[in-house]
Design a protein around this ligand. Structure first.
Ligand SMILES: *Cc1c(COP(=O)(O)O)cnc(C)c1O
Length: 385
């Protein structure tokens, strides 16, 4: 088979399985909670902009000012000349706030996870990860020479057996703080206890907890009163921008600066973005009102769905991610389409992103929504499914 035949066959198989994916082209000028595409304005329940900060005036002003001060790009890898005082300030701000010796910036959460796992894990080491960990971690694990074992989602007794079996080796345990598709929270206290007992390190990827959970939005580990050995926070979700940071000890940070290829061989993100992120962190710290509003939306949504007899379709989640289970790809696509015809934009998430046979609508709520938007969503779900 030549290249074209091979690729076309793969595309045809995807389409046949109702798993073909398409991108929606969003138009400018429709702020959250709306999204405009194809000339239609939808209420958006698909994004991860949980606090609505992508449109925050103070963040935008900080970005514009720094753009005038620094220009557009950073001009180099952090190791060459791309690391500016705006980046340095943001790292210091994050480390101090989150209680770590150091923070290291990365262009994306994907790069941060790959850098940490591929940087730290050698062939004598062991990675034990929750089965539902993000693709960026799974891919790094597959590329890494380390021994890689997954434990069934949140089955910490299985993790304990794996830890016992790995005694005598260096072990890193990895989990998300808030799971990105199901919205449930890891038991970080239990994970930390197990890691302590077996002398392993704990890595928490808190992409969906950062900004939303815990005191001042410090995330799901702070909410649990724990400090993972390595914490990954990403800025494409509640912070409303892009980029990521790895929070860690001085030793880990120095090691990554020497050996993490995603840091050494990749351009630092723009300095103006760093300045905007510093402003976004300030907004997150002061956003108790937005977090409370989001919590009200979550309760309102769950109560209204229960009253409508649909509670059993929701996976148990107390976070902004409210998965509504459909089962087959066909029924998830049909439900998403029916919602869309009612002006509600909700994505159908299909395998391999979620387990086979468990396609779902991944509904996300945001402080940018108002109560009437949540009511419209509930009404739409009642009519559409
Ligand atoms: C989104 C996400 C990432 C990737 O972050 P990007 O900055 O979008 O590359 C990593 N981990 C989890 C759990 C995520 O949800």
């Amino acid at each position: 088979m030549n290249w074209n035949t091979h690729l076309q066959a793969a595309l045809a198989a995807r389409a046949q399985a109702q798993a073909y994916r398409r991108r929606t082209v969003r138009r400018a000028g429709t702020p959250p909670p709306y999204l405009e595409s194809g000339g239609v304005r939808y209420l958006n329940f698909a994004g991860n902009d949980y606090l609505g900060l992508s449109r925050d005036a103070a963040v935008i002003a900080a970005w514009q000012q720094a753009l005038a001060d620094y220009g557009c790009g950073s001009g180099g890898s952090p190791l060459v000349c791309g690391h500016t005082d705006a980046h340095e300030y943001l790292e210091t701000q994050l480390a101090g706030w989150l209680g770590y010796e150091r923070a290291l910036l990365f262009p994306s959460g994907y790069a941060a996870n790959q850098a940490v796992l591929l940087g730290l894990l050698g062939k004598d080491d062991v990675l034990l990860a929750d089965k539902f960990c993000h693709a960026s971690m799974q891919e790094a694990a597959a590329l890494s020479p380390a021994v890689y074992r997954r434990f069934a989602h949140q089955r910490y007794e299985v993790l304990e057996q794996q830890l016992a079996a790995a005694q005598g080796r260096r072990v890193l345990v990895a989990s998300e703080g808030v799971f990105s598709m199901d919205g449930d929270k890891a038991d970080i206290g239990r994970l930390k206890t197990l890691c302590r007992r077996y002398g392993a390190w704990l890595l928490i990827d808190d992409a969906h907890g950062f900004g939303v959970c815990g005191p001042q939005g410090r995330g799901s580990a702070a909410e649990a009163g724990e400090q993972p050995d390595i914490l990954v926070v990403t800025f494409g979700k509640a912070a409303g921008l892009m980029g990521a940071a790895v929070l860690c000890s001085h030793t880990v940070a120095e090691y990554l600066v020497q050996f993490a290829r995603h840091l050494v061989y990749s351009t630092a993100f723009p300095p103006a973005q760093a300045a905007a992120l510093s402003a976004a962190i300030g907004r997150i710290q002061a956003a108790d009102d937005l977090r409370a509003k989001l919590q009200r939306h979550i309760r309102c949504f769950q109560t209204a769905l229960a009253q409508g007899g649909l509670a059993e379709r929701l996976l148990p989640s107390e976070t902004a991610i409210q998965p509504f289970v459909c089962g087959s790809n066909e029924s998830a696509l049909a439900a998403a389409e029916a919602l869309r015809s009612r002006g509600l934009y909700v994505p159908a998430i299909r395998p391999p992103t979620v387990p086979a046979g468990r396609a779902q609508l991944r509904i996300t709520l945001s402080a940018a929504h108002e109560t009437r938007h949540i009511e419209a969503l509930v009404k739409g779900l009642q009519d559409a499914v």
